[in-house]
Design a protein around this ligand. Sequence first.
Ligand code: GDP
Ligand code: MG
Length: 177
Amino acid sequence: MAAGGEKIDYVFKVVLIGDSAVGKSQILARFARNEFSLDSKATIGVEFQTRTLVIQHKSVKAQIWDTAGQERYRAVTSAYYRGAVGALLVYDVTKRQTFDHIPRWLEELRSHADKNIVIMLVGNKTDLEDQRAVPTEDAKEFAEKENLFFLETSALEATNVEAAFMTVLSEIFGIVG
Ligand code: GDP
Ligand code: MG
C-alpha cells in the first residue's frame, strides 16, 4: 500500500456467472470503470477487477471475478468460486435459453460456493426491449422461489448495474460487517 494510502476494512469477492455473451464482462466494465463496449472480446488473462467503495463509513473493496470464456467449455473451476461471498447470476432478457440455463448455474454455484453466499439474479440488455424473450414476471417468480435478489439491467445504458452490485455488497456487509 502506498504511503498514506487508503485503509481497506473489508474485501468481498463477488463472482459473475451465466452463459456466454449475456453481458457479464460489460456489466463488470460498467461497474469497475464506467465503460462499455459493443464489440467486447472474451476477456483473456484478467481474473478480476476491483472497486473500492464506502458502506456505512467502512471502506469495502469489491473484488469482482469474471469468467474468462470458461463458460464456453464447462469448466468454471472450483477455484473461481472459492471464497466468494456474492454472485451475480446473469442471463440475457432477449435470449430465452440463457434464462433456461439459470437453474444449472444456480446448482453449480450452490454446490461450490459458501452456503451463505448472496445471490442476485440479473436479466441484462433491457435496452433491447423490442427483442425481449424473457418476461420480467417469469424471472421474478423464479427469484422468489429460489430466494434470490433480482434486477434487470442494461450495461449499455448503465441501468441498475450500480444497484445490482450495491444490493449484493450491502447485504454481504450486513452479514459480516
Ligand atoms: P459475456 O460473454 O457474458 O462476458 O458477454 P459480454 O460482456 O462480452 O457481452 C456480449 C455482447 O453483448 C457484446 O457485444 C456486448 O457489447 C453486448 N452487451 C453486453 N451488455 C449489453 C447491454 O446491456 N445491452 C446491449 N444492447 N448489448 C450488451
Ligand atoms: Mg466475458
